[in-house]
Design a protein around this ligand. Structure first.
Ligand code: SF4
Ligand code: SF4
Length: 355
């Protein structure tokens, strides 16, 4: 039965060559950065051209992409989870003209293999209400600087960068080679008592706090509102998500932390969570030069020391964290010591059933 609930069935939108060879692909290879070739058991070929996108796309840009897909790919294209756009065609003769047309629009072709793939990122100041930093602005500044790493395979292994603009962390930074996270550093104590009861509900506001830092409060004139126990607050911003009377954004206190060494892959070593490298860099829009140079420094040190096939986290584990901090010149401070007692000691991070 057809309904309007959920996305349409993706199988109806697959290119014919994929429908025909579903589950029957023999191997794939990367012909050059941004160009994949899949070969089916029966000999059919599929070419994929990958280009970077800024994630927030204008209608005109989407139409341009669709025109290219109509012209070269029988209307087929897809977006990857890291906002790369991929054009799929079974016709080898269309590949080079397709690449030229995508490049002419100003979109870089690359991001495969040991290139840096597109940076997955969150809403930022454009759209969300909780961010401690922007998302698209920081990512644009970083990728402008790392452009060569997107279009050329210059790194020892796959490399994934993510950005989440607050600790709610919509952006998968917990498992990327470099994770960039917006950090609030002050509790939401500028409470709008006047509007609290019309904008917020007490029970949902109290229960939104993961550390139980919010308590009921009645002002001298009888207004019902809440107060924050600053000692318990970890500045996550979750309360502001449900209650607009608890603003947490702060021009001075908001900034960026950088985490390193995470990965999702089970290849060679088990998946890893990213770990803290730089606790705080103040926001410096519109180009965040301090963040850009910190990310570039970490990548360049990794690129010149890691072995072939070694992900960032694997390299750090081999040489040791003291060596990572020494080589990158990042100071090790008390902020790097994880004293949070609420976590289990062993989050399970592998697909293997060991515990
Ligand atoms: Fe909003 Fe935080 Fe998600 Fe960014 S990471 S989009 S601020 S909830
Ligand atoms: Fe609780 Fe987070 Fe709000 Fe602090 S910012 S009061 S920890 S929900």
């Amino acid at each position: 039965m057809a309904t309007d609930i959920g996305p349409p069935d993706y199988r109806t939108m697959l290119p014919e060559v994929i429908k025909k060879n579903y589950g029957k692909w023999k191997y794939h290879e990367i012909l050059k950065p941004g160009l994949l070739k899949h070969v089916a058991e029966g000999g059919d070929e599929l070419y994929t051209v990958r280009a970077g996108s800024p994630r927030l796309l204008s209608i005109d840009t989407v139409r341009d992409f669709c025109d290219i897909a109509d012209k070269y790919c029988d209307g087929h294209l897809r977006f990857t989870s890291r906002h790369n756009i991929e054009f799929l065609t079974a016709d080898k003769s269309k590949v080079e003209p397709l690449i030229q047309e995508v490049s002419k629009l100003g979109f870089p072709v690359g991001g495969t293999g040991t290139c840096i793939s597109n940076i997955v990122h969150t809403q930022g100041w454009v759209h969300c209400h909780t961010p401690a930093t922007d998302a698209s602005g920081v990512v644009k500044a970083i990728m402008d600087e790392l452009y060569d790493y997107f279009v050329e395979e210059k790194l020892p292994a796959k490399f994934r960068i993510s950005l989440a603009c607050c600790g709610n962390m919509c952006g998968a930074i917990h498992c990327s080679d470099i994770g960039i996270v917006g950090m609030h550093t002050k509790p939401p104590t500028r409470i709008d008592d006047k509007n609290f009861m019309t904008w917020c509900e007490v029970p949902t506001t109290l229960s939104s706090c993961p550390t139980g830092a919010i308590r009921r409060y009645t002002t001298e004139d009888g207004t019902k509102t809440v107060r924050i126990d600053e000692e318990k607050c970890m500045y996550c911003g979750n309360c502001y998500t449900v209650c607009a009377a608890l603003p947490i954004a702060d021009a001075e206190g908001d900034g960026i932390a950088i985490f390193v060494g995470g990965k999702v892959s089970n290849a060679r070593t088990r998946p890893k969570f990213s770990k803290l490298a730089i606790p705080f860099i103040p926001n410096n829009p519109p180009r965040w030069p301090e963040v850009v140079s910190a990310v570039k420094n970490i990548i360049e040190v990794y690129a010149s020391h890691a072995r072939k096939g070694e992900r960032m986290g694997d390299w750090i584990e081999r040489v040791g964290w003291p060596t990572f901090f020494r080589l990158t010149g990042i100071p090790f401070t008390e902020k790097h010591i994880d004293d949070f007692t609420g976590a289990l000691s062993t989050y399970r991070t592998t697909t293997q059933f060991k515990w």
